[in-house]
Write a protein that binds this ligand. Sequence first.
Ligand SMILES: [Zn+2]
Length: 266
Amino acid sequence: MEDLIQRATEQLIKSKHAITLTGAGISTESGIRDFRGPDGIWTKNPDAERKAYQSYARFQENPKEFWIETISSASLLGDLAKVAPNPGHSALAELEKMGILKCVVTQNIDNLHQKAGSKRVLDYHGNISLLRCFSCDTRYDRAEYDLDRLYKEDRLPPLCRKCNGVLKSDVVYFQEAIPADVAQESQEEAGKCDLMLICGTSAVVYPFAYLPRMARQRRSGKQTIIIEINADPTPLTEEGISDYLIQGKTGIILPKLVEEVKKRIP
Ligand SMILES: [Zn+2]
């Protein structure tokens, strides 16, 4: 593992446009449950998954009813506002600060990269701390809307201040398209990066899973290095999409990488 960390350090320092893709693995180390792992939310509760598949249709049918239900029931993920980022998140924020990492594209909705200090984060599946207008896509900080009060005063759903459209959570539901701006920017990043660090994800959920494959395909002519950091080998390892896997916890390996980079860049 130490050899691979050295190799990744050198490649990171040489890179011109390094980006990272992150997934559930980096958040589970902050105590957030994943969805499809052995102890995952869907694995343990298939009914909740079936219901989640209907969320988008139910929201469109009756946003008011949907909001009332959302506010009066407990979140499947618990109170994410109380969860803190871990050393893996902090290491990625530090690499950005050093000018090495240009962008984080994450499948996680928990806002932990932002909490750790990352500036350029593309929330591929949305962000739980935001609301997004269903009509014009404007996003608002959830804290700007007193949802409990709107609930008590029977004034749900929350409405967009720009166009009066209905607001939904920014989190992308099953059957819902990836927000156009995020989808486009993520594709551009995958298209132009010369190093992709894939942390804590097996990248099997589409369309997110296209991103490493896109980066891999455009390698002919131009060198794009793809490095995985994950607890176990993934389809990306097995299909040869990644150049190599550094096996272990992101919360341990990423800080080590930062340490090594610091040794070489005074
Ligand atoms: Zn709007």
